[in-house]
Design a protein around this ligand. Structure first.
Ligand code: 5AD
Ligand code: SF4
Length: 471
């Protein structure tokens, strides 16, 4: 049994990161274990978790399981968790309640993985109060799932395998992609920024970039398989390559990915600190790099930014924002903002509103600060009442929504390209995203599925737009 340890996760050494190409296999005894059985994977959190779940699904299919649309019909249920805020905990324990109920009437296997499995206190609870959970594994050893499952089945007891290591890179882990048209591609794992509120550097380990050739080859394979869009994933993509010491940056990678001929290139998430001019120039130069940038602000107050450990000031953020707007034609910029960070005064909060009023973001994800055990900010005093926190979030959202709506209104009657990726909730419509990441429901025939088409925007809703195909 290997248990997570936050103190151990905090230590970063100069030890070289290993890239391991051939560590995935299925033991003989497990090859048909899932025959005539079904799996259900529930995913919380960010795109990286969504992509990890694509690996988990592929592994379960290698074991012979097939996917079930309903949890109630599954023989193995895996919960891929997120640890970024406290409500993630509530979601997981709520979900476990439902699984336990099922387990009482049927012989099923339950597994917990993802970021919460990297948290000491969570694992402690699973060990003591949720002994019926069969397997617990972390973010570093998904490819070992066949062996973890084998041990649990053989020993008939809870199997916990979570490593607080800085992390290596495992290539060639199988993947069962959710979409036939757009794909997630990890370019780097972990994070070394250690923003004081954030649990990610502990749960996902040290920043480590995949080799450029491994990424480019993956994208070339996707092009060959007919994929139209890739999203390059990392907690902090602008820092790509810094740990490789090969003089190859995110700007180089973006350029090489664009040159594969894939029709759409996206990337998340950017940190303002590492966003350099070369990157902006490359995005502006290549029409297949989408004019959409998610640029987390977190706070508009220099004092709070410092306490958060964000390494930029309000002025520096605004200068970068303006440069991006100036150089990249038709760019949409979205952001993340946290309110009620410990010590945030009314004046600090007004600074945040001020940046929102200046930038008029296309949209923003807004959060009330949530203390995460083991992070530096969790020890800072926070005097704000729940009422004050909620009021700030409400006021911020009023500003954010106003500008999001204004940005959307500009699309009315415009002709824009959309990748039609799936059925819409509305009958007779398909859904997809513009190059600037606006959600559009297009009234059209099924034959347009999986195509990038020009559409004319006919009406604007709060969170989406309606459109018609243009000949
Ligand atoms: N509390 C609230 N929001 C957080 N985020 C990260 N950690 C916390 C936390 N402890 C937000 C940040 C980040 C987004 C993914 O989640 O805004 O950009
Ligand atoms: Fe968390 Fe900061 Fe790293 Fe983003 S950059 S994952 S907010 S520590």
């Amino acid at each position: 049994m290997n248990l997570p340890d936050l103190n151990c996760a905090k230590k970063r050494t100069k030890e070289e990161i290993k890239i391991i190409y051939n560590d995935y296999s299925v033991p003989e005894s497990m090859k048909n274990i899932g025959k005539n059985k079904k799996y259900f994977v529930k995913t919380y959190g960010c795109q990286m978790n969504v992509h990890d779940s694509e690996n988990i699904c592929a592994i379960l299919e290698d074991l012979g399981y097939t996917e079930s649309a309903e949890m109630e019909d599954a023989d193995i249920i895996i919960l891929n968790t997120c640890a970024i805020r406290e409500n993630a905990h509530n979601k997981m324990f709520g979900f476990l309640g439902r699984v336990k109920h099922l387990k009482e009437s049927k012989d099923i296997i339950c597994g917990i993985c993802g970021c919460m499995a990297q948290e000491e206190n969570v694992v402690e609870q699973l060990k003591t109060k949720y002994k019926w959970v069969d397997i617990v594994f972390g973010t570093h050893n998904i490819h070992k799932l066949p062996y973890i499952l084998e041990s649990a089945l053989e020993n008939k007891r809870q199997e916990i395998e979570v490593y607080s290591i800085e992390g290596d890179i495992y290539e060639n882990v199988p993947v069962r992609r959710d979409s036939k048209y757009k794909a997630w591609v990890n370019i780097m794992l972990g994070c070394d920024k250690f923003c004081t509120y954030c649990i990610v550097p502990y749960t996902r380990g040290k920043q480590r970039s995949r080799l450029p050739e491994d990424i480019i080859n993956e994208v070339k394979d996707l092009v060959r398989d007919g994929y139209l869009e890739v999203t390059l994933l990392g907690q902090n993509v602008n820092a790509y390559g810094k740990d490789l010491n090969i003089n190859y940056t995110m700007a180089n990678l973006l350029e090489d990915v664009a040159k594969t001929g894939i029709q759409r290139v996206r990337f998340v998430t950017s940190h303002p600190w590492d966003f350099n001019d070369e990157m902006i120039d490359v995005i502006a130069k290549y029409p297949n790099i989408m004019p959409y940038i998610h640029l987390p602000l977190q706070s508009g107050s220099d004092r709070i930014l410092k306490l958060m450990g964000r390494r930029y000031t309000k002025e520096e953020y605004l200068a970068l924002f303006n440069k991006i707007k100036e150089k990249i034609n038709n760019v949409a910029i979205t952001t993340d903002i946290i309110v009620a960070f410990p010590g945030e005064t009314e004046e600090d909060f007004k600074d945040t509103l001020d940046v929102v009023d200046t930038c008029k973001f296309d949209s923003a994800f807004t959060f009330i600060y949530s203390p995460r055990e083991g992070t530096p900010a969790a020890k800072m005093e926070n005097k704000l009442t729940e009422d004050e926190k909620n009021k700030r979030l409400y006021e911020l959202n009023e500003h954010v929504n106003k500008y999001a709506n204004e940005a959307n209104q500009k699309y009315l009657d415009k002709i824009v390209p959309v990748l039609l990726e799936g059925p819409s909730d509305k009958e007779g419509f398909l859904m997809g995203y513009t190059d600037t990441m606006k959600l559009v429901n297009v009234e059209c025939d099924e034959k347009y599925l999986g195509k990038i088409v020009n559409v004319k925007i006919t009406s604007i809703k709060t969170w989406s737009m309606d459109a018609k195909i243009v000949d």
